[in-house]
Design a binder for this molecule. Sequence first.
Ligand code: 6PG
Length: 221
Amino acid sequence: MSIKQFSSRTALIEALSAIIIKELQGDIDANDHASLAVPGGSTPGPIFDHLSQSELNWEKITVLPDDDRCVPETSEHSNAAQIKSRLLKDNAANAHFIPLYTGIETNNVPPAQEAELANLGQLTTVLLGMGGDMHTASLFPGDQILAAHSSKILHYVPVPGMAPKVPRISLTHSAINAARSRHLVLFGQAKLSAYQKAMELGDPVKAPISAIKDLHVYWAD
Ligand code: 6PG
């Protein structure tokens, strides 16, 4: 998969936001609804800020995390909290949000969330980040779910491969691959090298990002 390289992070954010907006509008035009799954971490915040200003009919869009930590939204580690504060504001304030973590300690995927996502159907767009260990969402190296296709949409991760070391709930690689499109955003040389290493390894268990198919990759230093 080719990597689109940008001269600045700002240029990448503007170009990728325009692509995501076009995809969401296309699904709204065709199906009167669209859905967007987004990552946590430090990378997506400026993209969220940009998307929140777009003139989309956000009332027809469902937003959900690619993964979340099993913590309350008051926690600094909550991806739902970052999505609500950086994306679901301004024009995007009226989008529908589906949390992955519902606050019920189940030590597993909340069945209601799996059912709600099944009912949502094919996701329009999945925006992904990647860790230096080549994980994406909360699919970490060594997780055997990556060894084969999974019929599940959500996956419970009791001990993630990096901080914060709290249980996670993640979209499966199969659920991500079932979406209409997938976009990976990478900032900095280390992430670029890690992605290139993942492509060389081509082993989904060792390099989870390589389990993601038909991935559009965007990089700026
Ligand atoms: C999360 C994300 C995770 C993230 C990578 C990269 O919950 O942390 O979904 O997969 O995309 O860890 O994080 P940074 O953007 O902070 O490097």
